[in-house]
Structure formats: structure tokens, C-alpha cells
Design a protein around this ligand. Sequence first.
Ligand SMILES: NC(=O)c1ccc[n+]([C@@H]2O[C@H](COP(=O)([O-])OP(=O)(O)OC[C@H]3O[C@@H](n4cnc5c(N)ncnc54)[C@H](O)[C@@H]3O)[C@@H](O)[C@H]2O)c1
Length: 325
Amino acid sequence: MKVVITGGGGFIGRKLAHKILERGELTGPSGQREAVTEVVLFDAVAPPDGEFTDERVRAVVGDITDAGLVASVIDGDTNSVFHLAAVVSAGAEADFDLGYQVNLDGTRNVFQAARAANGVPRVVFASSLAVYGGEVPDTVGDQTPITPETSYGAQKVMGEFLITDYSRKGYLDGRAMRLPTIVVRPGKPNKAASGFASGIVREPLNGVDMACPVTPESRMAIMSPRTVVECFMHMHELDAEKLGASRAILLSGFSVSMGDAAAAVNAVETNRARGKITFKVDPATQAIVDGWPKTTYSDKAGALGFPSDSNIEDVIAAYIEDELD
Ligand SMILES: NC(=O)c1ccc[n+]([C@@H]2O[C@H](COP(=O)([O-])OP(=O)(O)OC[C@H]3O[C@@H](n4cnc5c(N)ncnc54)[C@H](O)[C@@H]3O)[C@@H](O)[C@H]2O)c1
């Protein structure tokens, strides 16, 4: 099977690639598990040198707004696409045109290329909680209306609708997942407005002081990288008919306050130098975060077997094991 991961040079895309290589098989055109023979990491940036030594991996550096290039990468032989490339939240808000070019036009390039493939590829699209906005309830659930209030959120809704419509027409076998904030993001922060939720764990454990821009009481819905990768795998394998009329599903993210996250970081037993956490409220960031759900809970995702996390201590332990030890 040939698998393409757009955004395959990014945070989740790279972790997903490792998981696919480790499993070695996915449900293919036959409807049975088939061996993965090629994993293409398509991204504007290459993965770090030496991270992928597996012969099945090929990195293609390029722009998803280039329809010709996308069609050459997602070619007739492609069986599965994980579409993760995106200009993330604050980036799409800061540059309206770039956001639409990449997150809408680029997404359409990906779906059009998948449509032209031989067979009907499975396409898994990374959506976001940013599809919700306005008077968001503290707990977002399956019945919460879609009311995006950012360009990024609007672009993710459009991606979901395209997935459902292309699937209805039989052009591809699409699925979309609304991800909570994924914590802990290793390395450098990206332009996501939620970046501090990873920073509050990552920076102190790497010996760097962290000024959290929201109050200790501020709560967010989060999921770990390990769990979101499992959700991508599960979503790919699922019989998509089970999703119903909409091919999009909400993932369940547990609620954590930044104060509790800080306490859990400070409670980690380590002999590494630990950075200090302070709270220095930035009113603009606080206003954004106050508009976000405090938790997300999907009965449907639970019934369909999607995993979720339950506490910040386990998320921190997994970060230490995967990234620091
Ligand atoms: N990480 C989260 O907390 C989170 C939450 C909700 C949704 N998501 C979604 O999940 C997906 C992956 O997120 P991530 O955290 O890995 O982000 P990331 O920024 O690490 O990865 C996104 C990748 O897309 C690539 N990209 C951007 N523009 C491109 C272009 N024009 N052509 C080709 N590649 C381009 C970037 O180079 C980057 O490597 C994104 O679609 C994001 O919107 C992530």
C-alpha cells in the first residue's frame, strides 16, 4: 500500500508515520489488512535528518497549493491519505489569504488528487475544535452546533464538508476528526494559539522558565500525542458507514487547568534542572482561551472505540518517556 501523509514533516504527521511503519499494515483496497510498502511524507519542510531510516519512507518537500505537485505525489497508486498539512490557528488568523490558500485550496488539491487515484482511497482529515465558536458550552459534545469564529475554524469546517461530500459521491472514502489541543508538543512551539498548554510542561522540564499567558484557573480540553496517533489509526481502519451522515467526529479531550498542569510538572521527580512557571496574563490570549471549550466529550467516539486520556500526570509521563529519556 502507498500511504501519503501531508504535514508529514510536522509534529503529529511524523509521529503518525512512525506508528504506521511500526504496524506495517493498514486496511487496503481489498478491505483486508495489507502491507504498507511506501509512506510519503509530503510537507513544506523535511523531517529532521536521520529521523526516518526506514526504506519505505520517502520525503517530498513542496507546497500543497501546487495542484500539479500534489497530483504527482497523491498519484494513481495511492491507497491512503492522511491530510494534516495546515496553516494553524493563529497563523491563519494573521494571514487571511495564506490561510485560505493552504487550508481550503490546498485541501481541495489533496482531495481532487485522491479522487483521481485508481480505486477509492481512504482519506483521514485533521479537523479541530476551532469549528466551534460563539457561546461554546463548557462541555462540547456531539450535539454542539458548528459555529466557527476564526478563519482557521471556518477552513476546517469546509474541509469536513468536502470530506463528507466527496465521500457521498463515492470519489473517496473520507473521514474527519476534530482534535482537541494536543499536549505535549515537543521542540519549538508553532503558531497555534494554544501553544502555552504544551509550553507549561515542556519548558520547565527542559530547564526553561515559562510565563503562562492565562490564569491558573483557565481550563482546556487536551489529548496526548500517543492517543491522537491511535485515533488516526483507528479512524483509518473504521468502517466509515458507521460515522453516519457526516463523516466528521469529535474526539474526547479531558479537562485540565493550567494551575493543575503546573502543579503536576512541579511534582515530577527529576534530577534535571527545572524551569520556573509563572502566570503573566496576556488579555488577548486569555480572551481567546475563555472562548474555548473546557472539555469535549463524544458519546459517538466512545461507542466507536476511539481512545481518550484521563489525566495530566500520565500525559506528562508519556512526554518524558517519548521525548526526554
Ligand atoms: N496539534 C494540535 O493541538 C492540533 C489541534 C487541532 C487540530 N490540529 C490539526 O492537526 C494537523 C497537524 O497539526 P500539527 O500540530 O502536527 O501541526 P504542525 O504545524 O506541526 O504540522 C503541520 C505541517 O503542515 C505543513 N504545511 C503548512 N503549510 C503547508 C503547505 N502549504 N504545503 C505543505 N505543507 C504545509 C507545515 O510545514 C507543518 O509541518 C493540522 O491540520 C492541525 O490544524 C492540531
